[in-house]
Design a protein around this ligand. Structure first.
Ligand code: NAP
Length: 293
């Protein structure tokens, strides 16, 4: 293997230890950081993400509330529930697991969350703060985790060409917004499904970040020799050789790309654990912020 392995799991474990100290300090002041997660419907992937988030809270001694609602929940009822959680002092962070069923307006739902409790960082107020480079908001956990992980490995993106593949509101767009900020100073290109000649773009990347949702899509011929590769993708593929009959792979063809890259995240245990720990970090930050109000 040529590339250095960027082990998100190890970085996340270290961050978790720092969080434990901050949580203990909050508890001494009578505050237990609390995260409420709302899930509408029973999509298996969403259920598994929600379970992981609840477990992460419990492992850190935080208060965790999971609200499971049926897929036919009315939009008004969801907005009412969010309103209640906005006013609940035990809850410092609120997230609605996405996607929500089609009859619910996701924009309305996100806008209903108190920006001070929007630990996913999806509320327009927090997105705006991120874009203009203002402190005091919450950064979306997946791109935030990627940036923190790169920094933890001493990978400085300043002046480098970062190519982000994917422009979703939860991965690609916030990733680009974060890395282009003054002081972080990457030169960022964002690609998507309408990009002409994607390979010509990805081959220019000093740092290539993928959030597409297509298994093993980024192949070695799309990667420049010595590039750093971060893979946010998490895609289920059939694998009869495993006990469950399936496994998760990234967007990147890891086995071949690792021979060309200088550093690369694995899937699993790469970006995934960083996402969870940054969500916990945002919740602790929200709890600390509640002391100042
Ligand atoms: P999404 O909303 O479906 O967005 C996918 C993006 O990829 C879109 O911008 C799309 O372009 C682009 N895309 C799709 N096919 C493409 C192609 N052939 N060439 C170039 N661009 C292409 O997905 P998402 O929610 O951002 O998730 C992306 C991946 O990240 C998924 O595998 C998801 O499971 C994973 N994820 C992981 C974590 C984690 O914790 N590790 C967290 C969140 C998401 P258009 O905009 O043109 O459609």
């Amino acid at each position: 293997m040529g590339a250095r392995l960027l082990e998100g799991k190890e970085v996340a474990d270290r961050i978790g230890k720092d969080l434990a100290v901050r949580i203990a300090a909050l508890k001494e002041k009578g505050v237990v950081p609390g995260l409420a997660v709302i899930i509408v419907g029973d999509d298996p992937a969403s259920v598994s993400y929600v379970t992981m988030k609840g477990k992460a809270c419990q492992d850190l001694g935080m208060y965790s509330l999971t609200v499971r609602e049926p897929a036919d929940l009315r939009e008004e009822a969801l907005l009412h529930l969010i309103d209640e959680l906005n006013r609940d002092p035990k809850v410092h962070g609120i997230l609605v697991q996405l996607p929500v069923p089609g009859h619910i307006d996701v924009g309305k739902v996100i806008a209903a969350i108190d920006p001070k409790k929007d630990v996913d960082g999806f509320h327009p107020t927090n997105v705006g703060k991120m874009l203009i480079g203002e402190d005091g908001g919450f950064l979306p956990a997946t791109p935030y985790g990627i940036h923190v992980m790169l920094s933890a490995y001493g990978i400085d993106v300043a002046g480098k060409h970062v190519v982000v593949v994917g422009r979703s509101n939860i991965v690609g767009k916030p990733m680009a917004a974060m890395l282009m900020q003054k002081g972080i100073d990457a030169t960022v290109t964002v690609c998507h499904s309408r990009t002409r000649d994607l390979k010509a773009m990805t081959l220019q990347a000093d740092v290539l970040i993928s959030g597409i949702g297509k298994a093993l899509f980024i192949t070695a011929d799309m990667v420049k020799e010595g590039a750093v590769v971060a893979d946010a993708g998490s895609n289920r593929i059939d694998d009869p050789s495993t006990p469950k009959g399936y496994r998760f792979v990234g967007d990147v063809d890891f086995d071949n790309v690792k021979e060309k890259a200088s550093a690369i995240t694995p899937v699993p245990k790469g970006v995934g654990p960083m996402t969870i720990v940054m969500l916990m970090s945002n919740t602790v930050l929200a709890a600390e912020g509640s002391l100042e109000r």
